[in-house]
Design a protein around this ligand. Structure first.
Ligand code: CDP
Length: 223
């Protein structure tokens, strides 16, 4: 039995398996799953819909602050609406995918997302995945994991996902886009992607999903 309010932080680069692992761990432990990237994608979607390219932070924040963000727990995961609209699949589409790291580098966008993420802690115990969860959002949690995998393996996984979702990008393009995003996420000034202090590192290149989930759960049960 785990104490209420337990926070499990799972960070890592694109397509390292964070979402599937975090969902699996949450399901097994009865925790709520939080996809922090979805919120950065939500801001990006909203800004792109408003004709913004991310070069004017004040303009981005004006549209972010002008809409109603509502959060719900649905099927064990936090989901959100923006002015009653659920952006859904558009969040994973190419336009958002190519722009998100630019918007996520804006300090006021980060503060907006971080404060929403922290408020989710009142919902109960969470498994939350992202780039800066163990380093900046919940640095005090003792349960931190950093998931990684070989770059080509990650690109192959993402390519398979995109194919399954009906997209037609070439494998090489997916690899380049993933590299671009990782580079921007690691190089940004505010809360860059890095291994949080005290995180357990897991290289999932040759592990399957079940095995990675097991590593995380075993560690959580030890603590
Ligand atoms: O699914 P994938 O790992 O490719 O991306 P995601 O988790 O949906 O995150 C999309 C983008 O949001 C990342 O490339 C980062 O630029 C940004 N992000 C971030 O800056 N901090 C987080 N905690 C989560 C995502």
């Amino acid at each position: 039995m785990r104490e209420l309010g337990t926070l499990i932080a799972i960070d890592g680069p694109s397509a390292s398996g964070k979402s599937s692992v975090a969902r699996g761990v949450a399901q097994e432990l009865g925790f709520i799953y939080v996809d922090s990237g979805a919120l950065y994608r939500g801001v990006t979607w909203l800004a792109l819909e408003s004709g913004l390219d991310g070069s004017d932070e004040a303009a981005v924040m004006q549209v972010v602050d002008a809409v109603a963000w509502r959060f719900f727990v649905e099927a064990g995961a936090v989901v959100f609406s923006i002015d009653e609209v659920r952006p859904g699949e558009a969040l994973r589409g190419k336009a958002v995918r190519e722009a998100v790291s630019r918007f996520a580098a804006l300090p006021r966008v980060r503060s907006f997302v971080v404060s929403r993420l922290r408020s989710h802690a009142q919902l109960g115990s969470l498994v939350i995945e992202g780039r800066d969860i163990g380093s900046a959002v919940f640095p005090d949690t003792p349960l931190k994991f950093y998931l990684d995998a070989d770059e080509r393996e990650r690109a192959m996984r993402r390519h398979r996902e995109l194919m399954a979702a009906g997209e037609s990008e070439k494998a090489e393009e997916v690899l380049l886009s993933l590299k671009r995003r990782d580079k921007m996420d690691a190089a940004r000034v505010h809360d860059p992607l890095r291994v949080p202090v005290g995180a357990v590192r897991i290289d999932s290149t040759s592990l399957n999903l079940k095995e990675v989930i097991e590593v995380v759960i075993n560690r959580v049960l030890e603590c």
